[in-house]
Design a protein around this ligand. Structure first.
Ligand SMILES: [Zn+2]
Length: 250
């Protein structure tokens, strides 16, 4: 029985002169790998070659949860044509796709996360050149990363000290984030955890209270992103490939 689902392409590689292998994040089926036979031919049932972030209605079969599914149809929605206009914006989107790929399992559906991911791409595509462009994309990326961590059950403790449970307050004299401790640490507890980074009050506030992200300065968001990259790296056991392009963001 063929399956129909909404999908976003999170990876696509050439398989032969005319075919591709693509990884899709689908709304109700989760992540799937699929072969698109003939997708690079001028006329195909896939609305042209499949590129990363291509999204729309997907029909696939042979999804016995082992090996590749076979794509039979892909009705692509208009693409996110603004993303390639700024390399940092594009890299943030690649990073989001890489994290979805690394942190979700095949056939493990997360409809809420699918909606968050599509919304992130749509919002990123709507950003326009401005002095705040890189601040704005970082704000979107951080919101998405927090949604992702929550959805997959990996969200660290961000609204209290993970050790003594004291509720976070920007009035804390010193604030730390620790990967092994899995969350924020107050000044009284930080000495017990050698592996940690110190956060500014405004960066800790963004993590404890995501509503603060919208108003945060770029320097603050860069520190928040640095903490999140380190947390992803710790949990994955290696740095995500795109991480180095994000830390470097101007
Ligand atoms: Zn504490």
């Amino acid at each position: 029985m063929p399956t129909t689902d909404d999908a976003v392409c999170i990876r696509a590689i050439d398989y032969s002169e005319t075919s591709q292998i693509a990884t899709f994040f689908t709304r109700n089926t989760g992540k799937i790998g699929a072969i698109a036979k003939g997708s690079k031919r001028p006329k195909s049932a896939f609305d042209g070659p499949i590129e990363i972030f291509a999204h729309g209605r997907l029909v696939f079969s042979g999804s016995n949860r082992q090996g590749l599914a076979t794509l039979t149809e892909f009705q692509q929605q208009p693409g996110f044509s603004n993303l390639p206009k700024d390399l940092f914006v594009l890299n943030c989107c690649f990073f989001a796709a890489e994290l979805v790929n690394l942190l979700t399992g095949d056939y493990d559906a997360h409809p809420g996360l699918f909606d968050n991911f599509l919304e992130f791409l749509q919002n990123a595509d709507q950003l326009r050149p401005s002095a705040d462009l890189h601040r704005d994309i970082l704000a979107l990326l951080i919101r998405f990363q927090l949604d992702l961590l929550k959805e997959i059950g990996l969200l660290p403790v961000l609204n209290s000290c993970v050790n003594c449970k004291k509720t976070f307050s920007p009035a804390w004299p010193e604030i730390y984030f620790s990967n092994p401790a899995n969350g924020l640490l107050c000044k009284d507890c930080e000495t017990s955890f050698p592996e940690k980074m110190r956060l500014t009050k405004s960066a800790a506030d963004c993590l404890a209270n995501p509503a603060a992200i919208a108003q945060a300065k770029k320097t603050t968001l860069k520190q928040v992103e640095q903490a999140l990259v380190s947390y992803f790296t710790y949990n994955l056991g290696r740095p995500p490939k795109m991480a180095k392009h994000i830390g470097r963001g101007s």
